[in-house]
Design a protein around this ligand. Structure first.
Ligand SMILES: [Zn+2]
Length: 291
């Protein structure tokens, strides 16, 4: 298990899946096969699968433990969820909860759940199936959602033509948390406690938030899908097919890279092994330094 110390905090990676999944050229409309020669030294085998032409994107959560509190950042796809629109995520059955327990957190011990945004692969474990109903997996947690994302997807979900939003995940993994009174909506820049703060970082979704952590002078930034793949450190203008607002997504990505180049550890939701990196400014651009 990947565990990183950040000041007095420990971030443990809780894996759901890690295998070649999205076709690179479809995932990145700006994909240029020349990157395979240019970056082959680190891309293979942990970040790209040459046999299939697919990116190797991890799907994981981070469990952040600090001062006796346990904070879960992003909630993957979840088990038993019907996702007919994306077969690789349909009716998953992974030992994610067991991995979370092995990292030191039973569901009732989680104090806070934070979703960087409300896409299907970031909200799944918010709920689990119990007697045929979706119930909050973490009964003692407050769940931090962005108001902008919530309102955006609520409107889509209620629209008879556009709904259900995000492959049904809004209904089975977000609404039950809100109905249980466990959601804390944040709007704009917000400080959550002595260690955690969020900044609006719109683009990938209208309400994406960057989650900033600080302890004993050390800093980290959990970026969700502001960056999906380490190649975007070299190519911050590359959006994924799933980015809603192109110009804003590029702007938010560049801001995150600048923030991390000034000293914060980048904690992505989907980068391949070793799953986190430092960012160095170089020649007007950025370079990942894997930790
Ligand atoms: Zn994602």
């Amino acid at each position: 298990m990947t565990q990183l110390r950040i000041g007095a905090g420990i971030a443990a990676r809780i894996e759901e899946t890690y295998e070649p999944n999205f076709n690179a050229a479809k995932f990145f409309p700006d994909w240029d096969p020349a990157v395979l020669q240019q970056h082959g030294g680190w891309l293979l085998p942990d970040h790209y699968d040459p046999a299939s032409g697919r990116l190797k994107l991890s799907v994981h959560s981070w469990l952040l433990s600090v001062g006796g509190k346990r904070i879960l950042i992003d909630a993957c796809v979840g088990n038993h969820k019907p996702r007919a629109g994306r077969p690789m995520w349909d009716q998953l059955q992974t030992p994610w909860l067991e991995r979370l327990a092995a990292a030191g957190a039973r569901p009732e011990q989680v104090d806070m759940v934070m979703c960087t945004h409300l896409h299907v692969d970031h909200v799944g474990w918010n709920t689990r199936l119990e007697n045929g109903r979706w119930v909050p997996t973490f009964p003692n947690a407050r769940y931090v959602f962005s108001t902008q994302d919530y309102e955006h997807y609520l409107a889509i979900d209620r629209d008879a033509e556009k709904g259900p939003a995000n492959m049904g995940s809004f209904r089975d993994s977000v609404l039950p948390v809100v109905e249980a009174g466990l959601a804390q909506m944040v709007s704009g820049a917000a400080t959550l406690d002595e260690h955690l703060a969020v900044d609006p970082a719109p683009g990938h979704t209208p309400g994406t938030i960057a989650i900033k952590f600080e302890s004993n002078g050390e800093r980290a930034l959990f970026c969700g899908d502001i960056l999906h793949h380490a190649l975007q450190v070299y190519h911050p203008q590359w959006n994924s097919f799933a980015c809603a607002e192109a110009a804003e997504a590029r702007n938010s990505r560049r801001k995150v890279l600048e923030h991390c180049a000034a000293g914060a550890l980048l904690m992505p939701a989907h980068f391949g092994r070793p799953f986190a990196c430092r960012i160095e400014s170089k020649g007007g651009g950025f370079v990942p330094r894997f930790v």
